[in-house]
Write a protein that binds this ligand. Structure first.
Ligand SMILES: *Cc1c(COP(=O)(O)O)cnc(C)c1O
Length: 434
């Protein structure tokens, strides 16, 4: 399958190039040239299939031309070493829990899949020179990428994060791993980390010295596998006879997760409607109202993984719908909530149902509770385990929520990181000496 750029001027890329490069030469995002619809027989039998087999069928539609069947099955099975259950919260609202993976958030799925797919291409090319992944993080991406790539032979990961700006719970998820993961603590803010990574990609001498690649969330290998759990959610609701009018609500930041859901719908998955739930960063919501897309500086909120003022995957959604605002509005509604509304929702849900939402999932729940019509079943994506945001959640609920063993294990590990100034010369020298 070929991949074109949303900016329209870069040459087509094959899957390997799209995965290794991430972004097209014209700075556009790669899109698959075709989206295959899955056969009716697949949907007829879906409720009898395992998550892994559902996912394999979806993966084959995207990657089957480029990855040999056994290898693809292996990659999919390895990625889905954990479940994504649908849990009933109220009579008509379900939580799709995407936090049962290694770092307790949905990014685990795409990160692991990308690691294994990249490894597949490297092995097949017979070039055993090490590949180095550089990733800048403000928290969640670094932990997912580091754990996804942990122990993957032939690939070394450098995670750059801003000193003192990442919560201790997040920090321990990428600083305690060792092996092929190096954490770099930058004396600066997130933007400094990002600038270091960008400079490294553009530095000729460095690129002579080592093979560099990114593991950015815009990578097709990270976002497409997120379609897997939409199909699996449908299968689970089918088993309960609740799948007929399914409305899916996705707490959104860079809009990669919802974009994967829109692809699933395009493949034939009968989702009636989508809601993109946002915190105070309401650029997409405003776009739906006005038809005009105006990026904004990001605003800090308690749902901080969604503090995005210029969602990168907007370009994909716009392209998927032929740049047609009305068509986008037909399939997707928006919602935007203040921190106070998010906190109120978390308290309300906990009080009435006993379910603990994290701040991101709470946006999803609230949008469904405001918008669902009779006969519809709502599913919101619970994008992270509430313990990842323990301090915020405990403050709001007056609780002392339990930290899952997986997370506790990271917290017991020994922090190892390399201190770095935000000056590119020092970072370059460090990489050259590696
Ligand atoms: C990354 C993230 C989001 C936003 O997902 P996008 O794909 O960027 O829209 C929402 N919640 C959590 C917990 C996240 O880590």
């Amino acid at each position: 399958m070929n991949y074109y750029s949303t900016n329209g001027t870069a040459p087509m890329a094959d899957l390997k190039k799209a995965v290794v490069k991430g972004l097209a030469e014209d700075r556009g995002l790669y899109m698959p040239e075709h989206i295959k619809t899955l056969p009716q027989a697949f949907f007829d039998n879906i409720q009898d299939m395992s998550f892994r087999d559902i996912a394999y069928n979806v993966a084959a539609a995207f990657f089957g031309e480029d990855v040999d069947g056994d290898a693809l099955q292996d990659i999919v099975y390895d990625t889905l070493s954990f479940d994504c259950p649908v849990v009933k919260v109220t009579d008509n609202i379900y939580s799709l829990e995407l936090f049962h993976g290694p770092t307790l958030a949905f990014k685990d799925v795409g990160a692991r899949f990308m690691a294994r797919l990249l490894q597949y291409f490297l092995r097949r090319s017979g070039n055993d020179e090490q590949v180095n992944v550089l990733v800048a993080t403000s928290g969640d991406t670094g932990s997912a990428v580091a754990n996804g790539f942990l122990g993957v032979e032939g690939i070394h990961v450098y995670v750059l994060y801003p000193k003192g700006k990442v919560s201790p719970i997040q920090e321990c998820q990428f600083t305690t791993l060792g092996h092929n993961i190096t954490a770099i603590e930058v004396d600066g803010v997130f933007d400094d980390c990002q600038a270091l990574v960008k400079s490294a990609f553009m530095d000729a001498e460095l690129n002579e010295h080592m093979r560099l690649t990114s593991a950015n969330s815009i990578n097709v290998a990270r976002f497409l596998p997120q379609a897997f759990y939409y199909f699996n959610a449908y299968a689970q609701l089918r088993r309960q006879g609740k799948a007929d009018s399914m409305v899916v609500c996705v707490p959104s930041g860079n809009f990669g997760n919802i974009c994967a859901g829109l692809f699933a719908k395009r493949m034939g998955l009968p989702i009636k409607h989508f809601i993109a739930a946002n915190n105070a960063n309401d650029v997409f919501y405003q776009y739906l109202q006005t038809g005009i897309y105006t990026p904004q500086p990001s605003i800090q909120t308690i749902a901080n993984a969604m503090d995005v003022g210029d969602p990168s995957n907007f370009a994909r959604i716009y392209d998927l719908y032929g740049k047609d605002w009305k068509a986008i509005r037909t399939d997707i509604s928006g919602a935007t909530y203040t921190d106070e509304q998010i906190a109120d929702t978390m308290r309300q849900v906990f009080k009435t149902t006993g379910y603990v939402c994290d701040p991101h999932g709470a946006c999803g729940f609230r949008a469904l509770s405001e918008r669902l019509r009779d006969g519809e079943t709502g599913v919101f994506l619970e994008t992270a385990h509430p313990a990842k945001f323990k301090q915020t959640v405990d403050n709001i609920l007056g609780s002392d929520i339990e930290i899952p063993a997986k997370l506790q294990a990271f917290m017991n590990g020994k922090k190892q990181s390399v201190a770095m100034s935000s000056d590119f010369k020092a970072f370059k020298q460090f990489l050259l000496s590696e």
